[in-house]
Design a protein around this ligand. Structure first.
Ligand code: ZN
Ligand code: FE
Ligand code: FE
Ligand code: ZN
Length: 276
């Protein structure tokens, strides 16, 4: 099966290391056929050019980022497919602003992420404490409510880290199953893909996103998958991608999605394009 990585960051976001070129070189060394550069979108929902320098690039940097990735895409075209991507935060009530921003560039793939939950980050350095103060049930429920809404906006091609609130090792309470299933249904109806991400393996939870049972439910609902590392360092590109492919197979996945100019193609196991 071809190796692809649909989620990587760069130094521009302020909490990752390496230039886009370093990530592409790492992808080449690891034998990947495609790598999407998907840095965090600027914090469009807060005022100022660079409201949170440790979370995302400045608004004024976005054009430079796009030009850099487009240049690399051309430069590397004969060796590896480089995709121009972005990881875009879903913020309830700011959909029009996000749409306006996304429409300015010709992306290959737009990842949709819910990181901002009930007035704070769900995955930031101090977010583990929120499970103690606010409770896992409230956090997971609110997260899944937002994720379902994000799916329905039509703004995103791939929904990331589907069960992100587990990052620090807090498993989804049974009471949140209903809203989790509603998010699964929303993903299926919206024709978004989801990522099977090895990032969770590098986090306290030590489990890929999404968890095996949740992945099975998404697959059963007809949601196609992409594979990702969510690399924040060049060495992490392609991290455990073969294992993620195996997890998808175990969950019964029949289709892998690929993207170009935000056009989705589905590859099945019988597709010759997927033979090594
Ligand atoms: Zn990040
Ligand atoms: Fe994310
Ligand atoms: Fe990311
Ligand atoms: Zn991410």
């Amino acid at each position: 099966m071809r190796l692809t990585d649909y989620h990587t960051h760069t130094f521009r976001c302020g909490h990752a290391g390496g230039m886009a070129r370093d990530y592409i070189e790492s992808a080449l060394i690891k034998g990947l056929s495609s790598v999407a550069v998907t840095d965090h979108i600027p914090i469009y929902f807060l005022p100022g050019d660079d409201p949170l320098p440790e979370f995302a690039m400045a608004k004024s940097e976005l054009a430079g980022y796009v030009n850099e990735v487009l240049g690399l895409k051309e430069e590397y075209a004969s060796r590896i497919e480089v995709l121009l991507g972005i990881e875009a935060d879903y913020i309830e009530g700011r959909e029009a602003d996000l749409e306006h921003l996304l429409n300015r560039y010709q992306w290959d793939v737009v990842l949709g992420s819910v990181h901002w939950v009930a007035g704070d980050w769900i995955d930031g350095p101090s977010s583990a404490r929120r499970h103690e103060t606010e409770g896992s049930e409230a956090l997971f429920n609110e997260y899944y409510r937002l994720l379902a809404r994000a799916c329905k906006t039509g703004l995103f091609d791939v929904m990331t880290h589907f069960d992100l609130p587990k990052k620090f090792g807090h498993q989804r309470p049974e009471a949140c199953r209903e809203l989790e299933m509603a998010a699964v249904a929303a993903a299926a109806e919206a024709t978004v893909a989801i990522e099977v991400s090895s990032a969770g393996l590098r986090k306290p939870v030590r489990e890929e996103y999404p968890a095996p049972e949740l992945l099975s439910r998404l697959v059963l609902a007809g949601v196609p998958v992409v594979f990702s590392s969510d690399a924040h360092a060049p060495a992490e590109v392609g991290w455990e991608i073969r294992l993620m492919q195996k997890k998808a197979q175990q969950a019964g996945a029949r289709f892998t999605a690929t993207f170009k100019n935000r056009q989705r193609s589905l590859e099945g196991p019988g597709d010759p394009a997927r033979q090594p």
